[in-house]
Each structure stands twice: as structure tokens, then as C-alpha cells.
Design a protein. Structure first.
Length: 142
């Protein structure tokens, strides 16, 4: 692998990545706001083209959310998703001091739950603690 990692991506590359994995399209306005307000972003590029992306949000203290992980289907199976997640988890870990609790949530794409379990994420609901079911709401604004 001779890929480049940075934290920049164009709207067209982002749009193409989302389309490659059959995710809903977002507007350029949403894209720009999402980048501006993300606490963490890492992009993998091959010859200048974005082939993978991870974005995360957080309050800088206890709560963190892995909001997006996309690896272009042509590049899946090479460990790129693992590298992206490990980078995010390291960033979150470095935000805390010894003894502090951290909470990281995500909404897995259907069928990809086992990928995240490798990093210690638990399915919700689970029999540990007070966690309820993971939930989401999607709608198109009128």
C-alpha cells in the first residue's frame, strides 16, 4: 500500500464515496457544515482520489460518535477500514487522561456490526450496563 492519509476531501470525492457504497446523497451545504463541525476526519487517497474516509464528533470530554466510515468497495478487504478506526480510537484515547471514562457510539451499516465488534464495540441492546437499543431517525425536510 502506498496510500496518502490527510484530512481534506472535496465535495465531489465525498459524493462519489457515498454513492459507491449506496448511501444517501447529501448537499454541498451539508457536506461543508459537516466538515467544519467534525472533530475528527481522516481521508485515504490513492493517486489523489479519496478511497476511504472516517469522521467523528465529540464533546472533547466523555462523549464521542463515529459518524461515518466509508471505504470504496474496490479497496475493501485491505485493512483500510481498520486503519481508519484505529486512528479515530487513538485520537479519542489521547483526548483523555488516565482514569477518565470515555463513551464512543456509532450506528453500524447493516451487516457490518461484526467489523466494529473487533474493536470492542457492543451490539445494543446488550446485557451489560444500562444501554438500550441503538436508534436513528431519517427524514427529508419539507
Amino acid at each position: 500500500m502506498n496510500y496518502k492519509f490527510d484530512n481534506t476531501i472535496t465535495y465531489m470525492d465525498y459524493k462519489a464515496l457515498r454513492a459507491a457504497v449506496s448511501w444517501r446523497e447529501v448537499s454541498e451545504r451539508q457536506f461543508n457544515l459537516g466538515l467544519k463541525n467534525s472533530r475528527y476526519i481522516s481521508v485515504i487517497k490513492d493517486n489523489g482520489n479519496a478511497i476511504g474516509l472516517i469522521k467523528g464528533l465529540g464533546d472533547g470530554g466523555y462523549y464521542w460518535i463515529l459518524t461515518e466510515l466509508i471505504v470504496h468497495p474496490d479497496y475493501q478487504g485491505q485493512g483500510l477500514g481498520r486503519i481508519l478506526v484505529e486512528g479515530f480510537l487513538e485520537y479519542v484515547d489521547n483526548s483523555a487522561v488516565k482514569g477518565e471514562n470515555l463513551y464512543i457510539a456509532l450506528q453500524s451499516a447493516k451487516g457490518k456490526e461484526s467489523f466494529y465488534e473487533r474493536f470492542g464495540f457492543k451490539l445494543r441492546p446488550c446485557n451489560e450496563g444500562i444501554s438500550g437499543a441503538g436508534m436513528s431517525l431519517h427524514y427529508v425536510k419539507d
